[in-house]
Design a protein around this ligand. Structure first.
Ligand SMILES: Nc1ncnc2c1ncn2[C@@H]1O[C@H](COP(=O)(O)OP(=O)(O)OP(=O)(O)O)[C@@H](O)[C@H]1O
Length: 233
């Protein structure tokens, strides 16, 4: 579903990503973990087709990225919320839905479902400028889901989310995975890392290790240890 082959971004000594090769299969829930500044967001941006690779290639459903053709398959939740502050939550969803050519009853139904899912139904008419950080995150997640994409790229989706909603988000991630969606998400939280099918460790722009949480726990003692070891190495 997602293939990276010797992907390098940046130039010479200033590479942000270096020689990344990995795949994510359909129906997998993969966690991207690594220290701050290790290149996770850059990898998401490249997968979403926002930035180009200097060398190597990224394929989404066998199509070379960046290409407009694959944007319908991808739902990307960025770390910095890209929302329209002067629009309400509902208007933002309607707008982003229309960009994906959703309209009429189908769009309205989807907006209703998502406002309930991210627990913003009671503030749907409020402008985003009056939203808290956590509320903006929730709306960003709803926008990534609006067109029911096959691939979800979620950059720290639960930051600023209260514990109850975090559990509900994870139930939804697992449900989406079971329904055949492919999820790649970044996290600094070890309980989330352990809930993934597979983990990719990034360090200094390189993929330093990969494996199931179980395998990594066997090797390092715990996912926490694996993370700390990779961060310090
Ligand atoms: N547009 C850019 N131009 C130059 N350097 C950049 C650019 N974007 C990111 N970087 C650098 O690339 C490195 C990786 O950044 P990135 O945001 O991808 O890391 P990250 O793993 O997502 O970090 P965090 O966990 O803090 O979100 C950092 O050193 C950052 O300063």
């Amino acid at each position: 579903m997602i293939t990276l082959k010797q992907v390098t971004i940046g130039k010479g000594k200033h590479n942000i990503l270096t020689d990344i090769t990995c795949t994510v299969k359909q129906g997998e829930l993969v966690g991207l973990i690594g220290p701050s500044g290790s290149g996770k967001t850059t990898m998401f941006r490249a997968l979403a087709g926002i930035i180009k690779v200097q060398s190597g290639q990224i394929k989404i459903k066998e199509k070379l990225q960046p290409t407009l053709e694959v944007s319908k398959y991808i739902g990307y939740m960025a770390q910095n919320d890209a929302l329209y502050g002067e629009l309400t939550a509902e208007e933002n969803l309607l707008y982003f839905g229309s960009l994906h050519r959703l309209k009429g009853e189908k769009l309205r139904e989807r907006v209703e479902q998502l406002l309930i899912f991210v627990d913003l139904n009671n503030v749907r008419k409020r402008k985003i400028t009056h939203f808290s950080g956590g509320m903006k995150r929730r709306l960003s997640l709803a926008i990534a889901f609006i067109h029911d994409p096959d691939i979800l790229l979620l950059d720290e989706p639960t930051v600023g989310i209260d514990p109850k909603l975090k559990i509900e988000f994870w139930q939804e991630f697992q449900r989406l995975k079971k329904s055949g969606k492919t999820l790649l998400l970044s996290t600094h939280l070890m309980d989330e890392a352990e809930a993934c099918d597979r983990l990719l460790f990034m360090r200094n722009g390189r993929l330093s290790d990969a494996g199931t949480p179980k395998k990594l726990i066997q090797h390092y003692g715990s996912v926490d240890n694996a993370f700390l070891k990779e961060a310090q190495a």
